[in-house]
Design a protein around this ligand. Structure first.
Ligand SMILES: *[C@@H]1O[C@H](CO)[C@@H](O)[C@H](O)[C@H]1NC(C)=O
Length: 180
């Protein structure tokens, strides 16, 4: 009986820890999402020469505002700049037209092979799920062949050359697209 109680309590503890984890958006992004080194100064806000704004007409008269920032940061560093300088998030992409528009904008402004967008994966293998940092629905994707990586949670980058998306370790540094 005592053993049963201990087991039940342990199980309860595990469940509530899991719920806590689920409830906190910051916790969901892969743990290795690119912690900035301690003491690394906050990235200053992008100047006009290293950023480019794009307005994409959306459905039902909505417009989506994006800004491409040509500065190499980790996924987390990029998120901070999107939040602090544009009051936004890394970009979520919900259709082919927007993906194309952003890819062309980016390709004209960087020769880097990849740029961050606001996606990340959780779970592994057949339990893998993809999410946007703005928590909008994952209802469009453009994965490159062999992606997403199913062996560990990762962040999502777009390749401006073809517009495809790849799983990349979150601490990699690359330019990025914010949405605001
Ligand atoms: C996908 O989600 C976005 C954001 O909520 C929404 O605007 C869009 O209409 C959705 N697209 C489809 C095909 O459901």
């Amino acid at each position: 009986m005592k053993l049963f109680l201990v087991l039940a309590l342990a199980l309860l503890g595990a469940v509530s820890a899991h719920q806590l984890h689920e409830g906190s958006p910051e916790q969901e992004v892969p743990a290795e999402q690119g912690e900035e080194e301690p003491g690394e100064p906050e990235s200053p806000c992008p100047t006009d020469s290293e950023s480019f704004r794009v307005i994409v007409p959306g459905q039902e008269g909505h417009t989506c505002r994006y800004v491409f920032v040509n500065r190499c940061l980790t996924f987390r560093g990029a998120q901070h700049v999107c939040a602090r300088c544009y009051r936004g998030r890394l970009a979520s992409i919900h259709n082919y037209a927007t993906n194309q528009r952003l890819r062309c904008t980016v390709r004209a402004r960087t020769n880097r092979a990849q740029v961050w967008i606001g996606g990340y994966t959780s779970g592994r293998h057949w339990c893998l799920r993809a999410h946007w940092v703005d928590r909008s629905p994952w209802n469009y994707s453009n994965w490159a062949r062999g992606n997403p990586c199913r062996t560990r949670p990762m962040c999502v980058a777009m390749c401006p050359a073809g517009g495809q998306w790849r799983s990349v370790r979150c601490w990699a540094r690359m330019p990025f697209i914010c949405q605001y």
